[in-house]
Design a protein around this ligand. Structure first.
Ligand SMILES: NC(=O)c1ccc[n+]([C@@H]2O[C@H](COP(=O)([O-])OP(=O)(O)OC[C@H]3O[C@@H](n4cnc5c(N)ncnc54)[C@H](OP(=O)(O)O)[C@@H]3O)[C@@H](O)[C@H]2O)c1
Length: 291
């Protein structure tokens, strides 16, 4: 809990930020986060570590979390309300689940970018066309438009980003202790999906550090991949959860037999070009257990 003085301090900073933005005083290290959720808030923290003098703004769908954002020093606004002010750095890290026009929302975000620093969109690795548990990297072809509504939405949003000169970061499954595939499956107990499907993970903190590293490089029109290079089967993920002894719920098992398999992601090219390595090289490492 923030103390009253912290709340006042952060509210003052937020008000100053809003006034600065309203008066057009947007500085070169200022950052707009569209979708300041779990990932976006860690991006805000890491961005501030790199740029102690900056203002961070956050656009949301509802005002539900605006008080929390203000306490974190993020100046909140509702999607579509700050078009008059453009920002040198924009990261779009809202999921596709809460809008009927995801590419349209990404376009609105692009219109909020002044083209100076970076515009980064956090996409997903889902479009890589591989469902036989095979190898996959930055150069693997993507699913053609028209095959799946889920990948269509992502690819159309990515197209908008690239048209505006922004960069795409395709992320593997995000996780932290209480969020991600393992937490979802633990909550269910029994899951109707095949146990041998290979999935790919990246810790939220690592996705944030990679996003910030890409933002800082000021690339134009590039696609990167974010993963921990440690693919695991669903069963292996849940075996590690059990072995760790860190969760009170008990997982019963996977019961599927005929659903599609996954892919094994490798992002060595992204690591090399960005000069980035994850803090958590594998899910096992994060849990503190050997495989
Ligand atoms: N989860 C995964 O495994 C995974 C995998 C690959 C890629 N990704 C991508 O990683 C990114 C970060 O995920 P996350 O788990 O951090 O997201 P999250 O916490 O669910 O993000 C929620 C935030 O986004 C805002 N929001 C939702 N839809 C929006 C929209 N259309 N326009 C503006 N704001 C919107 C919400 O506003 P309110 O405050 O009003 O609720 C909230 O601030 C997303 O781009 C996601 O697609 C996730």
């Amino acid at each position: 809990m923030a103390t009253p003085s912290q709340v006042n301090a952060s509210s003052t900073i937020a008000n100053e930020g809003l006034e600065a933005a309203a008066s057009g005083l947007v500085e070169q290290n200022d950052l707009l986060i569209v979708g300041p959720g779990v990932l976006g808030r860690i991006v805000a923290e890491k961005w501030r570590e790199e740029h102690p003098v900056c203002q961070v703004f956050g656009q949301t769908v509802t005002t539900d979390h605006h008080d929390e954002l203000i306490k974190m020093g993020i100046n909140p606004s509702l999607k579509g309300t700050t078009e008059a002010h453009r920002f040198p750095n924009v990261i779009f890290c809202a999921p596709p689940s809460r809008t009927s026009d995801y590419p349209g929302d990404v376009r609105l975000a692009a219109l909020n970018w002044n083209g100076e620093g970076s515009f980064v969109f956090t996409s997903s690795s889902a479009p890589y066309d591989c469902n036989d548990n095979g190898q996959c990297d930055e150069d693997t072809p993507v699913v053609p438009i028209g095959r799946s509504p889920r990948t269509d939405v992502l690819l159309k949003a990515e197209k908008v980003v690239l048209e505006y000169g922004g960069c795409v970061l395709r992320l593997a499954g995000l996780y932290k202790a209480d969020r991600g595939a393992h937490a979802y499956w633990l909550g269910k107990g029994t899951v109707e999906a095949r146990p041998d499907h290979i999935l790919n993970l990246i810790h939220y903190e690592d996705a944030a550090s990679l996003s910030v590293a890409i933002l800082k490089k000021k690339f134009r029109g590039r696609i990167f991949l974010g993963c921990d290079n440690h693919p695991l089967s669903r069963q292996e993920v849940m075996d590690l959860v059990t072995k760790s002894g860190k969760f009170s719920k008990k997982f019963e098992g996977f019961t599927g037999t005929s659903d599609p398999l996954g892919k094994r992601l490798n992002n060595s090219k992204t690591r090399e070009e960005i000069g980035w390595e994850p803090k958590y090289p594998s899910f096992a490492h994060f849990l503190g257990v050997s495989e």
